[in-house]
Design a protein around this ligand. Structure first.
Ligand code: URA
Ligand code: URA
Length: 198
């Protein structure tokens, strides 16, 4: 895609998100959270929705879960600044509840437009919400994490959500943290392989 056309579409999308009133979450949000990071990236991470820190700052994954995400990435040799990070819904669900089906239906095409404009090689789904939204699967993250899927020609890789890891702190073999360590290594290896071929 012509870079000027893409940039224009991207900025239009950003302003549509900022002004969005499609669902009730607009009444309780402080800021919309469009997502941030590199737009020339082979790798995009998708979470569920903003929490309190993200709602206040307008930036995705900056609270405790976000700090853990940064650590997981850097342990795997991935610089957070070099990827794009966003969520399925762009406004905070009250009390951090899971977004409803209706909220995801209203908001989900923003994410789809983001992915189609960014066209990364890999999209990582963090936890059940983005996985179920993008893959339209009823199988959960525990069954599907660490495996490769396709979303419209983009490789899709599910990993546990960092909030889940905060609640499950064990590092013993086979624990969610241990599996996530394996997943981030697998992710980095695939990324390196794809970039070698370019
Ligand atoms: N959890 C998410 O899913 N997204 C954020 O941006 C922060 C916490
Ligand atoms: N449930 C989720 O939504 N995410 C996880 O990572 C684990 C359980």
């Amino acid at each position: 895609m012509d870079p000027d056309v893409r940039n224009k579409a991207w900025e239009e999308l950003r302003s549509r998100v900022e002004g969005c009133q499609r669902c009730g979450l607009c009444r309780t949000r402080t800021k919309t959270v469009f997502g941030q990071g590199s737009v020339d990236t082979p790798l995009v991470f998708v979470g569920e929705g903003p929490g309190a820190d993200e709602d206040a700052s307008g930036v995705a994954f900056v609270g405790r879960a976000g700090q853990l995400l940064t650590k997981i990435l850097s342990a795997g040799g991935i610089d957070r600044e070099s990827v794009f990070i966003c969520n399925v819904v762009k406004c905070r669900p009250p009390n951090n509840r899971t977004p409803t089906q209706e909220e995801m239906l209203m908001c989900g095409d923003f994410l789809e437009a983001q992915l189609l404009l960014l066209r990364p090689r890999i999209v990582v789904c963090l936890g059940n919400t983005p996985l179920k939204w993008l893959l339209k699967t009823t199988e959960g993250i525990t069954a599907l994490r660490g495996r490769w899927f396709d979303w419209r020609g983009i490789q899709l890789f599910p990993m546990f959500h960092p909030s889940y890891l905060l609640r499950n702190d064990s590092r013993v073999k086979g624990s969610p943290k241990d599996l996530t360590w394996q997943d981030v290594q697998q992710l980095k290896a695939r990324l390196d392989e794809l970039q070698k071929g370019e």
